[in-house]
Design a protein around this ligand. Structure first.
Ligand code: TSJ
Length: 315
């Protein structure tokens, strides 16, 4: 546990950079918390809005961040989430939870790097709100209204701090592409994106019930497919592995890996495992079928992946 001054002192350590990428990352950190609520089984819709005043709003229809008094801190749990720099559940609670985000860290980091942030929670028929400025609560959590008992969720609006960021205009293309990717990886989730900034208004809904199969289809859009899309999924020892692939009439291979909803730019054991086992199985099968004779060399990995588009996603 640490104060939020650490975050304002070395923002790059928490969000990667203070350029546009780091700025967009603020939205991903907040949205990832809502995606975690989806993974927990309680959230089906997320809305991301870029407002005309430079703020961003993220809303979900989950259970709502808990508002009860935190036994150790003596303040509402939601205030702890936003004002204490946590190690986070992913690191502290045994680490079995699926999450791409930084958890508790994410919300407090975004709060620390915002001129102001407001959270609104609908839970148990009440609407609760709290405001923070540069990471500090400016008033206690307050009940501001009522709602239907089964209407629950969390809404966060924040203004990124121009004292921290070189640029404060969110880049919608990167955000849209990340939100679309999130729906491919989480087939039960719908994400609404809305840009309300004058001159760039748009509204898009992402929902991909066919998951990574639809992702492979999209990657191969405009190319000549030479096989169906093949899809595999299995869970073992608490690890879920999902894979979809299809061959197109091209020479390149295009294999993307994801772990806990995060694109693994530099590959990893999920990708090397997929590749080596795939090569082995194709060679085994080719010999069984007599496509490869005794005197023939095995196909190489490059041979068997020629023209392959694949997604390998583990959780
Ligand atoms: F980033 C964030 F914290 F600000 C944030 C959190 C932003 C958004 C848009 C949503 C959320 C969020 C958190 N949505 N849903 C939750 N859920 C919980 O925090 C939650 C609710 C109930 C229980 C429980 O055990 O009853 C546990 C948790 C973690």
């Amino acid at each position: 546990l640490e104060g939020l001054e650490a975050v304002r002192k070395r923002p790059g350590m928490y969000i990667g950079s203070v350029g546009t990428k780091g700025l967009n990352h603020l939205i991903y950190e907040i949205a990832d918390n809502a995606v975690d609520e989806h993974l927990a089984g309680y959230c089906s819709e997320i809305t991301v809005t870029l407002n005309n005043d430079g703020t961003a709003t993220i809303i979900d229809n989950g259970r709502g961040i808990p508002i009860g008094i935190h036994p150790k801190a003596g303040i509402p749990a939601v205030e702890v989430v936003f004002t204490v720099l946590h190690a986070g559940g992913k690191f502290g609670d045994g680490g079995y939870k699926i999450s791409g985000g930084l958890h508790g860290v994410g919300a407090s980091v975004v709060n620390a790097l915002s001129v102001w942030l407001e959270v609104e929670i609908k839970v148990d028929g009440g609407v609760y709100r709290q405001r923070y400025e540069r990471g500090k609560a400016v008033a206690p959590l307050e009940k501001v209204g009522t709602c239907r008992k089964n209407d629950t969720g969390t809404k966060v609006t924040f203004l990124p701090d121009g004292e921290i960021f070189e640029k404060t205009r969110f880049k919608s293309d990167a955000i849209k592409s990340r939100m679309h990717e999130t729906t491919y990886l989480n087939p039960g989730l719908t994400i609404h994106f809305e840009d309300k900034r004058s001159g760039s208004e748009e509204k898009i809904t992402y929902s991909e019930p066919d998951g990574i199969k639809a992702y492979v289809k999209e990657l191969n859009n405009g190319k000549e497919a030479v096989t169906d899309i093949i899809y595999l999924k299995k869970s073992e020892d608490g690890i879920e592995v999902e894979c979809a692939f299809q061959y197109v009439n091209e020479f390149e291979e295009n294999i993307l890996g994801f772990c806990n909803n995060i694109y693994t730019q530099e590959g990893g054991t999920h990708i090397t495992g997929f590749k080596s086992k795939f090569t082995m199985i194709i060679n085994q099968y080719a010999r069984e079928l007599g496509v490869l004779k005794e005197k023939d060399n095995n196909f190489t990995g490059l041979d068997v992946r020629n023209g392959m588009t694949a997604i390998v996603a583990i959780k």
